[in-house]
Design a protein around this ligand. Structure first.
Ligand SMILES: [Zn+2]
Length: 332
């Protein structure tokens, strides 16, 4: 058993309280390799933004959970080396699917876990979430729960259609589970293919697909029921069209990939939404940058020569999100 406090990590409690009050959101960036982690920490240190490092079940399988945990510990020291005296870094389990997974993360030094029991019937979601909360709170680890169903595919989480969170359930759910934050469904969706052509409209000027707007009415209803309670948005990549175009022009194939417009995320950040999850966008930035090197320099075979530019591109993306979308710069 190792406490996250010994590793220099923090939980989300104070961070979220400040973000809700201050009208901004904390970025939650997924990572599963060194270049992504370096880019995240460089961006957070340079902008002095609190940051949540997210590890999904898929990432744990891909990179090894022990290695990821030590990487997060290293990230704290790396942030200090970069001149960030008191780094505010959370290590968070994304979409924990069982009590055992959440417990093992708490025991190995995560400062925050998500238990996603949203696919279960309501009462079972409450029971499992409460079990995780009761365990995690003994060690001052914060817990994110989910109510409502998000469409899309993210690692091993997938659902064909979304069901908005029912505002009439949130008080009961938050009270009975004791969770610290709540992921809700208001029209965001996992992955780079968030919406079908039929769900979108076509912008006649650009010929691009325009996704349906987020259900801000549902968000505001939830805010009214639970004033000041931290709300989380999953599936909130914007799928920047410049990366999609780059990838497609350089031999890739990503037809109809569209995301959540950044203006809507900016708007959401000003509300009780205090954590916004971004994963696909950094995958796109990385892929676009690597494709560019392979296109421009077909003779290149030193991974540092394409992973380096990929890292720079991801850092640029993270800084843009922090400064222009979430507004979390200067808050740590
Ligand atoms: Zn998610």
């Amino acid at each position: 058993m190792v406490s996250y406090k010994e590793l220099g990590l923090v939980n989300t409690r104070e961070m979220f309280a400040k973000a809700v009050k201050g009208g901004y959101a904390i970025p939650a960036f997924n990572f599963n390799n060194m270049e992504q982690l370096q880019a995240i920490i460089q961006a957070a240190a340079e902008t002095k933004s609190p940051v949540i490092l997210q590890v999904s079940k898929g990432a744990r399988n891909y990179a090894n959970q022990t290695l990821l945990r030590y990487m997060a510990e290293g990230a704290v020291e790396y942030a200090k080396e970069l001149g960030w005296e008191k780094p505010q870094i959370v290590l968070h389990l994304d979409h924990g699917d069982s009590f055992e997974t959440c417990k093992s993360c708490v025991d190995m030094g995560f400062s925050s876990v998500m238990i996603d029991a949203s696919a279960l019937p309501y009462e079972e979601n409450i029971a499992l979430t409460k079990k995780v909360v009761d365990y995690a709170h003994q060690f001052d680890v914060t817990v994110e729960a989910e109510l409502g169903v998000l469409a899309g595919v993210e690692d091993e989480v997938s659902a064909a259609e979304s069901h908005y969170t029912k505002p009439e359930e949130v008080i009961d759910f938050a009270t009975r589970t004791g969770c610290d934050s709540l992921a809700i469904s208001i029209g965001t969706s996992h992955g780079a293919y968030k919406f079908t052509r039929e769900q979108c409209t076509l912008d006649p000027k650009t010929g691009r697909l325009v996704p349906p707007p987020l259900a801000f009415d549902v968000l505001h209803e939830i805010e009214k029921k639970l004033p000041g309670f931290p709300i989380v948005l999953h599936g909130s990549s914007s799928v920047p069209q410049e990366y999609v175009d780059m990838i497609n022009e350089l031999g890739g194939k990503l037809p109809d990939a569209v995301g959540i417009p950044e203006e809507q995320l900016r708007e959401a950040s000003k509300s009780a939404v205090c954590k916004i999850n971004i994963d696909s966008d950094s995958r796109l930035a990385m892929t676009a940058a690597i494709r560019k090197v392979f296109h421009d320099k077909p003779g290149e075979f030193d991974p540092r020569k394409y992973l380096g530019p990929a890292r720079d591109e991801m850092k640029k993306l993270y800084m843009h999100k922090i400064i222009n979308v979430l507004g979390s710069d200067g808050k740590a």
